[in-house]
Design a protein around this ligand. Structure first.
Ligand SMILES: *Cc1c(COP(=O)(O)O)cnc(C)c1O
Length: 385
């Protein structure tokens, strides 16, 4: 059964009930293999790398939520990206947004490069300018919007229109938005990837990745790659993700409510030099983001003025936790240039604007007054007198 209202689909979409027993939660089928009733007589499953009922329920759910033909669950976001990039051949090139997750950059720069698959960092935020980067070897464009960590916005529909004229694949990393806030396939994407470790899981307790494809042909190719390369999500982790996704809507409503307040607070703070949040009407990505997403999402990055010591700021925070990752119920903070984006060479970081003063906030669902009070005291402590 599929539901057009996403709040309902989050809970009842895909395969949500165990057909055999009526259990209202899909059980954790913790098994590696399945009995065959005779040679060639399988009951739909043969081996859990190839297919497992708990993982399959999750895969059906994410396909429905993203409006795609099929979904695939992997052991991490990067495993999902690895499978998707494995569609490319030696000599092919992929264009990537000017700021992407550091691990995505490293995967292309240090792993796929060895197989002769190249990348170009391209200004996807500027659809007119980025078209010149489409050389004959380009086979795909990988977009993050909002992109990590500067929250720059790419017009997914505009890019998809240009890219499709050239017959290329449009891949969108929808980790920061989730299908609750943005549905890239409706905007023209061919493939959506997720680090489900973040909002979809939502509780900082599972590492997982998902991919959703638009067509049957892509589904067959990714299914083959998933089974052949084997980076699949285990049954228990699949269960945790299904459980996380059920509350995605209510969590994000609260996350976004808090994030909007936090962005407003930072923009008006005398210690703050810049704020990057596409939910602010003054943000350069605001208009485009509004066209393609429900709101500005949750992630905010900002810089303090030069008379504040960010080392002291990070050490003074008590509630907001200094940690990699994002998207959990608890507020996290990170320093992109030395943490999430350290694998991007300094000169590229500088060029795209990931300064050493940049602070990235993942606003949780605690009471916003407590979050802001903690940030306020840390800012005050970090002022160089
Ligand atoms: C975390 C993240 C990834 C990588 O996902 P893992 O689950 O850590 O492998 C990819 N893209 C974005 C935008 C991320 O935030």
């Amino acid at each position: 059964m599929s539901y057009s209202n996403i709040e309902t689909a989050l809970i009842h979409g895909g395969i949500s009930i165990d057909e055999r027993t009526g259990a209202v939660n899909v059980p954790i089928y913790q098994t590696s293999t399945f009995k065959q009733d005779g040679l060639g007589k399988m009951r739909g499953y043969e081996y859990s790398r190839t297919g497992n009922p708990t993982r399959e329920a999750l895969e059906a759910l994410i396909a429905e939520l993203e409006g795609g033909y099929a979904g695939f669950a992997f052991a991490s976001g990067l495993a999902a990206e690895t499978a998707v990039l494995s569609l490319l051949n030696t000599g092919d090139r992929v264009l990537i947004s000017s700021n992407v997750y550091g691990g995505t950059f490293r995967l292309l720069d240090k792993v796929f490069n060895h197989f002769g698959i190249n990348y170009t960092i391209s200004d996807t935020e500027n659809p007119a300018a980025f078209e010149k980067d489409i050389t004959p070897d380009v086979k795909a464009v990988l977009i993050e919007s909002p992109a990590n960590p500067l929250m720059t916005v790419t017009d997914i529909r505009a890019v998809a229109e240009i890219v499709h004229k050239h017959g290329l694949l449009v891949i969108v990393d929808n980790t920061f938005m989730t299908p609750y806030l943005q549905r890239p396939i409706e905007l023209g994407a061919d493939i959506v990837v997720h680090s489900a470790t973040k909002y979809l899981g939502g509780h900082s307790d599972v590492v997982a990745g998902l991919a959703v494809v638009k067509t049957k042909e892509l589904a067959e190719r990714i299914a083959f790659i998933q089974n052949s390369t084997g980076g699949v999500l285990p049954p228990f982790d699949s269960f945790l993700l299904i459980r996380g996704i059920k509350t995605l809507g209510v969590r994000l409503d609260r996350h976004v409510f808090n994030a909007e307040k936090a962005a407003e607070y930072l923009v008006n703070h005398k210690a703050v030099k810049s704020v990057h949040y596409p939910g602010l009407p003054t943000d350069k990505g605001y208009e485009v983001n509004k066209k393609q997403a429900k709101n500005g999402g949750v992630m905010i990055s900002f810089e303090l003025k030069d008379n504040y010591d960010i080392k002291v700021f990070f050490e003074s925070l008590q509630l907001v936790t200094l940690a990699e990752s994002l998207g959990g119920v608890e507020s996290l903070v990170c320093h992109p240039s030395s943490m999430t984006h350290a694998s991007i060479p300094e000169e590229i970081r500088k060029k795209v604007g990931i300064t050493d003063g940049l602070i990235r906030l993942s606003i949780g669902i605690e009471n916003i007054d407590d979050i802001l009070a903690d940030i306020e005291q840390a800012i005050a402590a970090s002022e160089v007198k």
